[in-house]
Design a protein around this ligand. Structure first.
Ligand code: HEC
Length: 138
């Protein structure tokens, strides 16, 4: 009886330990990191892609040096390093906007393009890239 109970106890402990020690998220976390990295890389390509609009301009025409420029560009634009994150008041539109909305705003207004639907991967990628500049140190 005692031995059976000890065996049972040992089994329960072993099962619990194996559950704790196996990081069920380990694989997913790597895949998640890669997905974000890929999105940022694709966004950087879109950043210099004039086909988002019809004006022949790209994001980089105004927010130069891939969005890292400290100098003022066309229409007084600047880069994004160290600027306050969105949502915030966006003077050109006269209201509070999210980063996605401002990206769309610049696609529609300066780039003279069509707005992307909310779940378009290109909107995700472009926003992921631009956000990575906001949060980068230099
Ligand atoms: C013809 C010039 C022009 C082009 C091209 C352009 N923008 Fe803008 N953008 C502006 C101006 C002007 C502002 C407001 C001034 C500023 O904040 O630098 C602005 C502001 C922004 C802001 C908000 C900055 C802040 O923190 O307030 C983001 C983000 C942005 N643009 C992203 C983009 C993206 C992404 C593209 C490409 C799809 C793009 N812009 C293309 C002119 C442009």
């Amino acid at each position: 009886m005692m031995r059976k109970m000890i065996t049972l106890f040992a089994l329960v402990v072993a099962f619990a330990l194996s559950y704790v020690l196996t990081d069920v998220n380990a694989v997913d976390k790597t895949a998640m990191k890669k997905a974000l990295k890929d999105s940022i890389v694709n966004g950087a390509k879109l950043y210099v892609d004039a086909s988002l609009g019809t004006s022949g301009k790209t994001c980089n025409t105004c927010h130069m040096e891939m969005g890292r420029s400290k100098k003022k560009g066309m229409m007084g634009t600047r880069g994004f390093v160290g600027r306050d994150p969105f949502p915030k008041f966006f003077p050109m539109a006269g209201r509070v906007m999210t980063l996605e909305q401002v990206v769309q705003f610049c696609i529609v207004t300066p780039l003279k393009g069509k707005p992307l639907v909310w779940d378009d991967q290109r909107l995700t990628d472009l926003t992921a890239y631009v956000n990575s500049i906001y949060t980068s140190k230099k």
